[in-house]
Unconditional design. Structure first.
Length: 196
């Protein structure tokens, strides 16, 4: 190793050490100033997810960048641990972006969560569990939290959204999210309904 290269490596190591030291000091201050014991486990969850994100980002075994997911597929997504009321953890999500946009590194999805019969929020679409979708619980497609994600967050494909639910999701996206006129009508059936 040349002397110049040796000095560069030392500089990088020293810089990394200083950055990590500063981050740990900030983290220590956050933990110390936390207003309750209840908040401290959240810090552990954030740190755990930070390590997982690094692992996902640098995973050299990932080879499915060009895999095109089909619009309205239901896939398993690791949303990780996010801020405040944002959707967390590993859960199903519906693919919203069209297949022609899904050949790159990212796709647009809307997360799905269990429906506990609490009042619906704006943008929630209910999927009732049946033999067609193989759900074990009635669930909600949370359109208000749709987002673009890296394909590296995606696990397996689970199922395809039913035609009834599809019409409701399309209608909501066009008329409510994007504020456009739609030929789709609001529907309520034994399979799905929505909150407007």
């Amino acid at each position: 190793m040349s002397l110049h290269r040796h000095h560069y490596v030392i500089f990088c190591l020293l810089f990394t050490y200083i950055m990590i030291h500063n981050l740990l000091q900030k983290l220590s201050s956050i933990i110390h100033n936390s207003d309750s014991e209840y908040n401290r486990p959240s810090i552990i969850w954030f740190l755990t997810w930070f390590v997982q994100k690094i692992s996902i980002h640098f995973d050299s075994t990932y080879t499915d960048n060009n895999l095109a997911y089909i619009q309205w597929d239901i896939v398993l997504v690791d949303f990780g641990y996010n801020i405040w009321v944002e959707i967390h953890k590993k859960r199903p999500a519906v693919v919203l972006s069209d297949i022609q946009w899904n050949f790159g590194w990212t796709i647009v999805v809307a997360p799905i969560k269990t429906y506990r019969w609490n009042p619906l929020k704006r943008g929630d679409v209910i999927i009732y569990a049946d033999n067609e979708n193989t759900l074990s619980h009635d669930s909600l497609i949370v359109l208000s939290q749709m987002r673009s994600i890296s394909k590296r967050r995606i696990g397996s494909k689970i199922w395809i959204i039913s035609s009834t639910t599809l019409d409701i999701v399309r209608s909501f996206l066009v008329t409510k999210i994007f504020g456009l006129q739609s030929t789709y009508t609001k529907k309520v059936s034994c399979h799905a309904t929505w909150a407007s």
